[in-house]
Ligand binder design. Structure first.
Ligand SMILES: NC(=O)c1ccc[n+]([C@@H]2O[C@H](COP(=O)([O-])OP(=O)(O)OC[C@H]3O[C@@H](n4cnc5c(N)ncnc54)[C@H](OP(=O)(O)O)[C@@H]3O)[C@@H](O)[C@H]2O)c1
Length: 279
């Protein structure tokens, strides 16, 4: 079965399951394994790859460069600018450095990693310049709560925001209350980071009953849950081949109403506004 997709506001369809790269590129002796894992994921359809200039100080982008070499056309590359580089001029320089490390002439989606001290209007201006130059196809943000999104969208050019990447998994689901419904209404996808709780949910006994029902692993149930609704893209990181294969298969799991009820009982949904959680 092909992976389901979700549209960005531009109409470009991206798979609802991609691949993360945080902690890749940190060790030379793991480089080949990390490249192989990303390549396998691409072959299995997880063609959206999320990286950042911050990860391993550019090392993760170099892993991505190797993984997408010769197959750039199949892959949707997401990278991020650090808030300390998010001024009008520094954003352009940071993007050019990322392009070089990625070995490509275009980033498909370029995100502000989190809000810092630089006025958002400067970052938006830089993003629009990069778009006009063809160096990025789209731009978005990360770790933005509802009020940040409203502030952004009120700025000149701010309505062009294409995605918001935030922490979202069964154990941290505060955004079910407000951010997800708000973004769904506006047609702006949520990219869920740490969908396996940085690996913790793979070892969480509360997922076992539902996992056994599907002949699946707890990690697979965590992923299937994350992408159960419209407009959510999960980006698990997996350096081990078995994990990559399991993650792809998770997209084929259809959770039942009973599964959802059991998971809600174990991981209660928010009943009021919670401040946006971050790692
Ligand atoms: N925007 C932001 O501020 C932000 C913050 C954090 C993360 N992110 C992005 O989101 C991505 C995902 O988050 P994350 O890497 O922190 O956490 P995660 O994807 O929730 O968990 C990664 C951990 O889970 C393990 N794992 C993966 N698939 C598994 C499976 N099927 N069964 C059992 N274990 C499995 C991995 O092991 P192996 O690697 O050994 O296979 C790794 O230890 C990051 O890589 C990054 O691209 C963005």
């Amino acid at each position: 079965m092909p992976l389901p997709t979700t549209p960005l506001p531009s109409g470009v369809a991206v798979p609802v399951l991609g691949q993360g790269t945080w902690k890749m590129g940190e060790r030379r002796d793991r480089f080949a394994q990390e490249v192989a894992a990303l390549r396998l994921g691409i072959e299995l359809g997880m063609t959206l790859i999320d990286t950042a200039e911050m990860y391993a100080s550019g090392g993760a982008e170099e892993v991505v460069r190797e993984a997408i070499a010769g197959r750039r056309g199949e892959v949707f590359v997401v990278s991020k600018v650090l808030p300390s580089n998010a001024s009008r001029a520094a954003t352009i320089r940071a993007c050019e450095a990322s392009l070089k490390r990625l070995g490509t002439d275009r980033i498909d989606l370029y995100l502000l990693h989190w809000r810092g001290g630089v006025p958002l209007s400067q970052t938006v201006e830089a993003f629009e310049t990069l778009k006009a130059q063809g160096k990025i196809a789209d731009w978005g943000v990360s770790n933005f709560d509802v009020d940040d999104m409203e502030e952004l969208e009120a700025l000149p050019g701010g309505k062009a925001v294409a995605a918001n990447q935030v922490l979202y998994h069964l154990g941290s689901r505060g955004i079910d209350f407000d951010l997800i419904p708000c973004q769904r209404k506006r047609g702006i996808p949520v990219m869920a980071y740490c969908p396996i709780g940085e690996g913790d949910l793979a070892r969480d006994g509360r997922l076992c009953v539902v996992a056994e029902r599907h002949g699946a692993t707890p990690a697979q149930i965590a992923l299937a849950w994350t992408i159960r609704g419209e407009g959510v893209i999960a980006i698990p990181k997996a350096a081990q081949e078995k994990h990559v294969r399991d993650n792809r298969a998770a997209a084929d799991i259809r959770l039942t109403a009973q599964d959802i009820a059991d998971l809600d009982a174990a991981f209660p949904p928010p009943s009021r506004k919670q401040p946006l959680a971050m790692v």
